[in-house]
Ligand binder design. Structure first.
Ligand code: AMP
Ligand code: MG
Length: 334
């Protein structure tokens, strides 16, 4: 790992260059509608190994395989449940990842040693053009160093990946801002392993929906979790993050009286004064801004980040899930 990392705008030329590097088993950071992805040929074991090295990601944390057309799915999986077909028709391309029994084409490194594979078709035009040009699926976790907040701009990727990969494609700010919803199919139900832009409410049109307990609860030490990525402290800036279960004025007063000297406070629709920053009134805006604000805490060099409790339904569940992990499950009850 000693690259002269180039950051280039998304255009015809950079798409071709990205596809060429990926075909040679190199890594390229690409924009998607959720967060920036660190992409490699999902079917090339050596290429995928480089992802784990560049990110410092634990080997047992499986990757999501990205496709650009429905024809790319059948060779990767052993079975496609009817519910999955219906969900694909409605929500692909978009921020929904589905877990399938994997075919032999998927190497063990890609699936983190599991017999299943996670697949998603992004809506991002840039992502789909790059996959289409490659002609093979791309394994792509978020393009941050393991544990850090996910990147929602190309500059965030550069901060973490400079020197570690040859190319970053700049497609502007990510529209959704948090990673995809991950679901598996269990006992005839749609089981949410990670909440995201496709909400439980949206999925419930297609069957009974269950939210995995690991979405909001801290896994016991050594507990086997269905989605290995959920057990790690995650999305964290260097500062200590706390979720404060209070709203509006009560949140503001708590922060002022907290006694922390070096802090920022992220309020929902807060006026930006003193150490207060607005992280958005709606869960959709909060999702879009959250990771950039957590990175900003590091830029400012503050020691503490206090965050107003988000809504815990709809898109708010995704915001809450990421915040809990950024905060290592520290919630302050007022
Ligand atoms: P990221 O790479 O940051 O987008 O995270 C991918 C997420 O998908 C992680 O939380 C993984 O644990 C989860 N995931 C990927 N593949 C599987 C799988 N086969 N079974 C269950 N969860 C998976
Ligand atoms: Mg990630």
């Amino acid at each position: 790992m000693n690259y002269d990392t180039r950051l280039v705008p998304y255009d015809r030329e950079s798409i071709s260059e990205a596809a060429e590097l990926l075909s040679r088993g190199e890594l390229v950071a690409i924009p998607t509608e959720t967060v920036y992805g660190l992409a490699a040929d999902a079917l090339n074991e050596n290429a995928v190994k480089k992802i784990f090295l560049a990110k410092g990601r634990p080997q047992d944390n499986p990757l999501i395989v990205h496709i650009s057309s429905m024809e790319m799915l059948p060779p990767l999986v052993r079975e496609i449940p009817d519910t999955a077909k219906a969900l694909a028709e409605r929500f692909w391309g978009g921020p929904l990842t589905m877990i399938f029994p994997k075919s032999d084409k998927i190497p063990g490194v890609t699936s983190g040693g599991l017999g299943t594979v996670a697949v998603r078709m992004p809506s991002s035009e840039a992502a789909r053009e790059i996959i289409g040009k490659c002609g093979f699926p791309l394994a792509a976790p978020s393009a941050n160093l393991s544990g850090k907040p996910s990147p929602t701009t190309a500059r965030h990727v550069f901060e973490d990946m400079n020197g570690r990969i040859p190319l970053i494609i700049d497609g502007g700010e990510c529209a959704v801002g948090v990673e995809s919803t991950v679901v598996c199919f269990k006992d005839g139900r749609i089981h949410i392993l990670r909440p995201g832009g496709i909400t439980a409410e949206m999925l419930s049109e297609f069957g009974k929906v269950e939210v995995d307990k690991a979405v909001t609860a801290q896994p016991e030490k050594d507990e086997r979790v269905l989605s290995p990525g959920m057990k790690y402290k995650h999305y964290s800036p260097k500062a200590d993050v706390y979720v404060v279960n209070a709203h509006g004025r009560a949140f503001e007063e708590y922060c002022r009286r907290s006694g922390y000297e070096s802090l920022i406070a992220l309020g929902a629709g807060a006026a930006e004064k003193d150490f207060f920053l607005d992280y958005g009134k709606t869960p959709e805006i909060q999702a879009q801004r959250l990771f950039a604000l957590l990175r900003k805490a590091d830029e400012l060099g503050v020691e503490t980040v206090l965050v107003e409790m988000p809504e815990r339904s709809g898109m708010g569940l995704a915001v809450y899930n990421r915040l809990l992990r950024a905060a290592a499950f520290r919630v302050i009850e007022i």
